[in-house]
Ligand binder design. Structure first.
Ligand SMILES: Cc1cc2nc3c(=O)[nH]c(=O)nc-3n(C[C@H](O)[C@H](O)[C@H](O)COP(=O)(O)OP(=O)(O)OC[C@H]3O[C@@H](n4cnc5c(N)ncnc54)[C@H](O)[C@@H]3O)c2cc1C
Length: 416
C-alpha cells in the first residue's frame, strides 16, 4: 500500500518518547502523524522497570567506574556483562563512555540530568489530565533503594549528597524502616533510601498505548518503517523500504535505540550505544512489594505490576545490537531473587531490551545540525519512561520557536 500522505509534523517512533512528543504537539494544535514500524510501545518501552525515577540523576558514566571496574568485569554476580567478541559493535561507544568517567564531566552531566528530571512529572501532567485511563496505570508510592551492608550504603554517600544538592527528596531508612515499608526485605537490608516523589507504572506498554488512544481515535498513527529521509526547500520526504512515502513540514526523530541511522541521513554522526538490559517476570499468588525496590548491589529493580506480576528489570550488557537474549543474564536475575528474597514463584517471561544511550548519559533533544525542521528526541538511556513527558513538552516548545535553556546541554551540537 502506498501511504503518500502530507502532514505538518511526522513523529518517527511510537515508544514512550515519540507518543509523548506527538501528544504534546497535538495539544498545541499541530497536525501530527505518529509512525512506527511496529506496535505502539512494543520496543524498549515494553519491558523496562516501569519507574518514573525523578531521583535518578547520577549517570552510569562516573569516576568510580575505574575503581569498580575489576568487580564489574570479573565479579561472579556482576550487574555488568561484556561480550568482548562483539567489541566491533560497541568499542567506539565504550571509549567515549570512558572519556566521560571523570569528575568534571560527571558533575556537569548530573546537573543537566537533574534539570530535566525536575520536570519529569510536570511533563506528563497535562497529558494525564486529558487521559484519566492512563493516569490510573500510575502508582504513587515512591521507589526504594536498599543496601545489603552499612559499608555499601556508605559508598553511596557521594551520590546521596549530589541528590541533596539538586533538591531531590530522599529519606534515609534504617533496616527496621525498610522492613516496615517492604516486609519482603526484612533481614535482607542494612539501610535504605526512599524516594517519595518517584512513581511507577503498573504496565509500561499499556501505559504508552493508553496515552496514545487520542492519536488513534483521530487516525494519527500508521505502521511504516522509515528507511529514507530527505529535505528540500518545501518540506521533508520520508520513504519506507517498500516505496511508501510521506511528506511533512517537520519531522521528529524519536526512534529510540534505532535513531542514529536516521540522524546520519541528516549529516549527524551520533554515537548512540545499545545498552542492553533484561527483565524476568514472576507470577505471584499474593502481592510481595508495594513499590519498585532496588537492591543496589544487584543493579535491578523488583517492580510490582498489575495482575500479581513481579518484574525484576535492569542490569547492563554490552554486546552490540544483534546478539540474541543471553540466558546467563536472565539466570543471574532469577538466581538473585531466589537468594535475595527467597522467591519461590515461577518465572512467567524473560525479555531483552535495548536502551538508547549516549556516552554522557544525556539524551539528544533539539534540531539537527543541518536543518532545524528535523528535531531529535532520543537517547534517554535508563530514563525514557521518566523523561518522555518533559521531552514532548520541550519538542513542542521548540516547534513554537522557543529555545528553553535546558536544551543547551542536550543539543546535538555538544559533540562538535
Ligand atoms: C531493563 C530496562 C529497564 C529500564 N527501566 C526503566 C525505568 O524503570 N524507568 C525509565 O524511565 N526507563 C527505563 N528504561 C529505559 C526506557 O525503557 C527507555 O529509555 C525508553 O523505553 C526509550 O523510549 P523511546 O520511545 O525512546 O524508545 P522505544 O520505546 O524503543 O521506541 C522507539 C520506537 O521507534 C520505532 N522506530 C525506530 N526506528 C524506526 C524507523 N526507522 N521507522 C519506524 N519506526 C522506527 C521502534 O519500532 C520503536 O517502537 C529501562 C530500559 C531497560 C532495557
Amino acid at each position: 500500500m502506498v501511504v503518500n500522505q502530507q502532514r505538518e509534523i511526522v513523529v518517527i517512533g511510537a515508544g514512550a518518547v515519540g507518543v509523548a512528543c506527538a501528544l504534546w504537539l497535538r495539544r498545541r494544535g499541530h497536525d501530527v502523524l505518529l509512525v512506527d514500524r511496529g506496535e505502539i510501545g512494543g520496543a524498549t518501552s515494553f519491558g523496562n522497570a516501569a519507574t518514573i525515577a525523578d531521583h535518578a540523576c547520577t549517570p552510569v558514566a562516573q569516576p568510580k567506574i575505574w575503581s569498580d571496574m575489576p568487580g564489574l568485569l570479573f565479579g561472579v554476580d556482576s550487574p555488568l556483562s561484556v561480550r568482548w567478541s562483539r567489541i566491533g559493535q560497541f568499542g567506539s561507544w565504550l571509549a567515549a563512555f570512558l572519556g566521560q568517567c571523570n569528575q568534571r564531566a560527571f558533575l556537569a552531566n548530573t546537573a543537566a540530568l537533574g534539570g530535566l528530571l525536575r520536570e519529569a512529572h510536570d511533563g506528563y501532567a497535562p497529558l494525564l489530565e486529558d487521559n484519566p485511563a492512563a493516569a490510573r496505570l500510575i502508582r504513587r508510592n515512591g521507589c526504594l533503594y536498599t543496601y545489603r551492608t552499612q559499608a555499601s550504603f556508605e559508598r553511596a554517600a557521594a551520590d546521596i549528597e549530589l541528590r541533596r544538592e539538586l533538591g531531590i527528596r530522599q529519606d534515609m531508612l534504617s533496616a527496621a524502616e525498610v522492613a516496615q515499608l517492604e516486609p519482603a526485605m526484612e533481614g535482607r537490608a542494612a539501610r535504605g533510601v526512599l524516594f517519595p516523589s518517584a512513581t511507577h507504572l503498573i504496565d509500561p506498554q499499556d501505559f504508552v498505548k493508553t496515552l496514545a488512544l487520542p492519536l488513534l481515535a483521530e487516525q494519527r498513527y500508521i505502521r511504516m518503517d522509515i528507511a529514507k529521509l530527505s529535505t528540500d526547500a518545501s518540506g521533508i520526504s520520508l520513504r519506507s523500504s517498500n516505496g511508501d512515502g510521506l511528506r511533512a513540514d517537520r519531522v521528529v526523530i524519536a526512534g529510540g535505540a534505532w535513531s542514529a541511522n536516521l540522524a546520519a541521513q541528516m549529516g549527524d554522526r551520533i554515537r548512540l550505544g545499545a545498552e542492553r538490559g533484561y527483565h524476568v517476570e514472576f507470577q505471584l499468588e499474593a502481592p510481595l512489594f508495594s513499590r519498585p525496590t532496588c537492591v543496589v548491589e544487584s543493579g535491578f529493580y523488583m517492580t510490582p505490576l498489575r495482575d500479581l506480576r513481579l518484574r525484576a528489570a535492569g542490569t547492563v550488557e554490552l554486546s552490540g545490537w544483534t546478539t540474541p537474549l543471553n540466558g546467563a543474564r536472565t539466570a543471574f536475575i532469577e538466581r538473585s531473587l531466589r537468594r535475595n528474597i527467597g522467591l519461590k514463584a515461577p518465572v512467567s517471561s524473560s525479555w531483552l531490551g535495548i536502551r538508547p544511550t549516549m556516552p554522557d548519559y544525556l539524551p539528544v533533544i533539539g534540531p539537527s545540525s543541518a536543518d532545524k525542521r528535523v528535531i531529535y528526541a532520543f537517547g534517554h538511556q535508563h530514563l525514557g519512561m521518566t523523561l518522555a513527558g518533559t521531552t514532548g513538552e520541550l519538542v513542542a516548545r521548540l516547534v513554537a520557536g522557543e529555545t528553553p535553556d535546558v536544551l543547551r546541554s542536550v543539543s546535538v551540537q555538544r559533540f562538535r
